[in-house]
Design a protein around this ligand. Structure first.
Ligand SMILES: [Zn+2]
Length: 153
């Protein structure tokens, strides 16, 4: 396969959203954990394993983003950033700002999921910590070369 088509493949959808699911295991290690939202509806926690500039780093860095149930798909754009496509229109409940994105790290050798001081208090990090069981961690364990490809590097 030519390099450019491998890159195009990496930009294909990571996940086609299914908010009724409990969890989704997508391409390149992406995971979405769905749960009921207080006040009605559902929301999801998207975890995307990211590349790292340090070739000796053994951690898997995770980009955490909240999804609302209007999301259709999650993909990588040409710059490697996560891009969401969503149904138009507001949900039929009061608007609620999403939690700010957060970052966490997963250390496969110890199984530890951690966050920097800045993200320790993030509700998304708490959600990940509460939900990251063996199946989730196994899916997040993506080789660095695949994470780099997915990130367009
Ligand atoms: Zn790193």
């Amino acid at each position: 396969m030519a390099p450019h088509s491998a890159r195009a493949e990496a930009r294909a959808a990571l996940v086609i959203a299914d908010p009724k699911a409990a969890r989704q295991f997508g391409a390149h290690g992406a995971v979405v954990l769905w749960r009921e939202l207080a006040g009605g509806g559902r929301h999801g926690l998207l975890c995307v394993p990211d590349a790292c500039d340090n070739p000796h780093c053994e951690s898997i860095h995770l980009w955490l983003l909240e999804l609302d149930e209007r999301v259709i798909s999650v993909a990588r754009n040409k710059r490697g950033a996560v891009a969401l496509s969503s149904r138009p229109g507001a949900p039929d409940r009061p608007a609620r700002p999403p939690a700010p994105e957060a970052y966490a790290s997963y250390q496969p050798s110890t199984g530890e999921v951690s966050a920097s001081d800045k993200h320790q208090g993030s509700p998304l990090f708490a959600w990940l910590k509460a939900s990251a069981d063996a199946d989730v961690l196994a899916h997040l364990r993506v080789p660095l070369n695949e994470r780099e490809l997915a990130a367009g590097r």
